[in-house]
Write a protein that binds this ligand. Sequence first.
Ligand code: ASP
Ligand code: MG
Length: 402
Amino acid sequence: MLVVKKFGGTSVADKERIFNVANRCIEDYKKGHDVVVVLSAMGKYTDELISMAQDINPRPPKREMDMLFTIGEQMSVALMAMAMNQLGVSAVSLNAFQVTMRTTSAYGNARLKRIDTERIRTELECRKIVIVTGFQGINKYDDYTTLGRGGSDTTAVALAAALRADSCEIYTDVDGVYTADPRLVPSARKLKEITYDEMLDLSTLGAGVLHNRSVEMAKKYGVPLVVRSSLNNRPGTLVKEDAKVERMLVSGVALDRNADRVAIIGLKDEPGIAFKVFDCLAKKNINVDVILQSIGRDGTKDISFTVDDGNIEETVETLEENRGRLSFDRIESETKIAKLSIVGAGMISHPGVAAKMFETLYNENININMISTSEIRVTVLIKDSDADRAINAVHDAFGLAE
Ligand code: ASP
Ligand code: MG
């Protein structure tokens, strides 16, 4: 059996935790399994690297950021190999170059394209535990790239797919996937299982347990995932194909506080305007979410949308640069907002789910700014100051509490 095990930053934050992870991996190894381990940088080391960079240059070149980022993961894999060695098991650490993990060229937000498995296979055949850096890749210029914050999950799933692993276990500091973030909603409950689609929405919408691209990739290649804690032996949450999961009307409630809203006021009401607006943002690799366009009046219209707060300055700048081409009256941005979503595969066959969410918010006297929906999701934009109250009320209304 070949297992891929991924451990996040908190699971390798210090010496004691590193040895805890080493022991867990050795347990599998001693059962005769082939073990591939993917690691994140220790603790909050990636954040520390960002502060270090910003202290030198508030807007550092993305290529240089990636060059800097890669040392975080490199440090944890090397220390882990040393720990296993200390415990009498032979292990080898490999970075993205040594494995050869090719990505697209976009620094800071690259996508994995191809992973060579040869080196890993050779090391496994020598009965070594193979420890691979998460989060990083190399592009066609042979430069380091990174996969976006939290990207180590994606490295693990991609490796599991490439190696046709029998299982892919994502170890974190929580016991699994919850109906809502337990830090915000004390009554949140751990889910036994969840579908890829639900998990994809929840992770895109701020659940924070898994990198959304890892779920996308797991779905594409049919890699079943287990999300569990590195600090205990509880079974965790299984993420898999729908057919096998009991359908809940709503499986989870997610809150994303990192969204900012941008409104472009007074655009010309003519064909091609929305295309021009989103095209210039796409060219800068800026992800846009919840979009709302007003009905045209007196030859003009407004378009509003949300972006990640890290992108707000670049968004406004890009729009200003294209003012000539887009011709609008003004831009307004609002940062104190939050995106609240409910996700559930059961919505497909049950009407009235959205209405129930809106009623709950109405009862709490919370105003809805924008709404967006899909087959299995309803998202509303609300004031950040209402967010805690809103998520608890909605979580209760759908009977998700323990
Ligand atoms: N170390 C990276 C981060 O903090 C990648 C990861 O943890 O998955 O974002
Ligand atoms: Mg993570």
